[in-house]
Design a protein around this ligand. Structure first.
Ligand code: SF4
Length: 146
């Protein structure tokens, strides 16, 4: 059960905050995430804001195939986020490993490490698709809060 006050829970429903992790991506997805979070696509239309700390974030955005070097940091970041939380896997890499499948330094899929709520497929996906995934994540977060 959440220990957050009803007022804070209502605020989280209206304004989900994002934290992004590059878990070994080629940076293609990160550029599209950056575009999707900018005013042109406007995640603030549903209260979405990028956050600098996982301790203040509701939605974790992950790109990349999860390398051995990033694996533990990713698990630690997920653990630091308050519950309820939602994870969005952006691009084909966190879902399947994509072009990095078979590499000895890759641990994909992401769901083998932490629960994934929303997948945004593509290599890389378009900013519009990322925004759609984030809206879905915000809806899921509101349902979990309720
Ligand atoms: S899905 Fe494609 S663009 Fe995104 S990190 Fe993987 S290889 Fe790069």
């Amino acid at each position: 059960m959440s220990i957050l006050s009803p007022l804070l829970r209502a605020a989280r429903r209206k304004s989900p905050w994002f934290y992004t992790v590059n878990a070994g991506s080629c940076n293609g997805c990160d550029i599209e995430v950056g575009a999707g979070l900018c005013p042109r696509y406007d995640p603030e239309q549903f209260g979405g804001l990028r956050q600098g700390s996982p301790k203040h974030a509701d939605i974790l955005i992950v790109t990349g195939p999860i390398t051995l070097r990033t694996k533990q940091a990713l698990v630690d970041i997920y653990a630091q986020m308050p519950s309820p939380k939602v994870v969005v896997a952006v691009g084909s890499c966190p879902a399947t490993g994509n072009v990095f499948t078979g590499s000895p330094s890759v641990c994909a899929p992401l769901e083998s490490l932490i629960p994934v709520d929303v997948y945004v497929p593509g290599c890389p996906p378009r900013p519009q698709d990322i925004l759609r995934g984030l809206k879905q994540a915000a809806q899921l977060l509101a349902e979990k809060e309720a």
